[in-house]
Design a protein around this ligand. Structure first.
Ligand SMILES: Cc1ncc(C[n+]2csc(CCO)c2C)c(N)n1
Length: 213
C-alpha cells in the first residue's frame, strides 16, 4: 500500500517496530507481565489518557467535515466511558489507591502531554491526525500480534481487546484515511509530529521497566 501515512510509517520503521515488538508487548500478550510493571504502566497511561481526551476534543473542533466530527465524537465517548472504567477497575484489582496521584509523571509521560498540547494548540487537523495515527495505529499493530490464547487476567485481556476489536480497527482505518487526505498539504508539520510521537511511544514502554519512573 502506498500513501502518505505509509511513507511516514516507513520513515519511522525502526521506532515503530521497536514498540510493536517491545518486551512490554511480549509479556502482556503472554500474560507474564508483572503486576509491578503493569501497574506502573497504567498509572502513567491514565495521565496520558487525560491529555489524549483533550487532543481528540481538539480534533473534533478542527475537523473539516461533519462526518469526521461524528466519528471522532463517538470514539471520544468510548475512551471517556469504557476505557476509563478499565483503568479504575484495574487500579482496584492491583491495590493501587489514591497514592497514585502523588507519583510524578515519568519523562515520556510529560513529553507526550506536551506534544499533545502542542498539536492541539496548532489547531491544525493534520498535526493532530499525525499524533493520533501513531497513538492508535501502533496500539492496533501490537494488539494484533496475539497468536496464542488470550491471557486469563482481565487486566491483560481487556487491555488487548480494547486495542483489537472491530470498532477500533475501523477507527484506525478512518484515521489513516484522514491523514492521507489532509497530511500532504502540511507534510512537514505532520512528519515532525509523527516522528516525535513514535519516539515518545518507545520511551513510554521503556519507562515501565525503569524502577524509579
Ligand atoms: C502511551 C500511549 N500511547 C497510545 C495509547 C493508545 N490509546 C490511547 S487512547 C486509545 C483509545 C482506545 O483504546 C488508545 C488506543 C496509549 N494507551 N498509551
Amino acid at each position: 500500500m502506498s500513501g502518505f501515512v505509509e511513507s511516514l510509517r516507513l520513515e519511522n520503521a525502526a521506532g515503530w517496530d521497536g514498540c510493536v515488538k517491545h518486551r512490554y508487548v511480549d509479556e502482556l500478550l503472554a500474560g507474564t507481565i508483572s503486576d509491578e510493571v503493569m501497574g506502573r504502566y497504567l498509572v502513567q497511561d491514565h495521565r496520558f489518557i487525560d491529555a489524549f481526551v483533550t487532543l481528540v476534543g481538539a480534533a473534533v473542533a478542527s475537523a473539516d467535515q461533519f462526518e469526521s466530527r461524528l466519528r471522532l465524537g463517538r470514539f471520544l465517548g468510548m475512551v471517556c466511558s469504557d476505557e476509563n472504567d478499565y483503568f479504575i477497575r484495574s487500579f482496584a484489582a492491583l491495590g493501587i489507591g489514591d497514592e497514585r496521584h502523588d507519583i510524578p509523571d515519568a519523562a515520556p509521560t510529560a513529553g507526550f502531554k506536551a506534544l499533545m498540547k502542542e498539536a492541539a494548540a496548532t489547531r491544525s487537523y493534520a498535526a493532530i491526525m499525525a499524533v493520533l495515527n501513531v497513538a492508535e495505529g501502533l496500539y492496533l499493530d501490537w494488539a494484533q500480534r496475539l497468536d496464542g490464547p488470550m491471557p486469563e487476567n482481565f487486566i491483560h485481556s481487556e487491555w488487548i481487546v480494547l486495542h483489537d476489536n472491530p470498532f477500533f480497527v475501523d477507527f484506525v482505518t478512518f484515521l489513516k484515511g484522514e491523514l492521507d487526505r489532509v497530511g500532504p498539504a502540511e507534510a512537514e508539520v505532520a512528519r515532525d509530529f509523527f516522528r516525535r510521537a513514535v519516539d515518545l511511544e518507545l520511551a513510554f514502554f521503556d519507562a515501565a521497566y525503569e524502577g524509579d519512573a
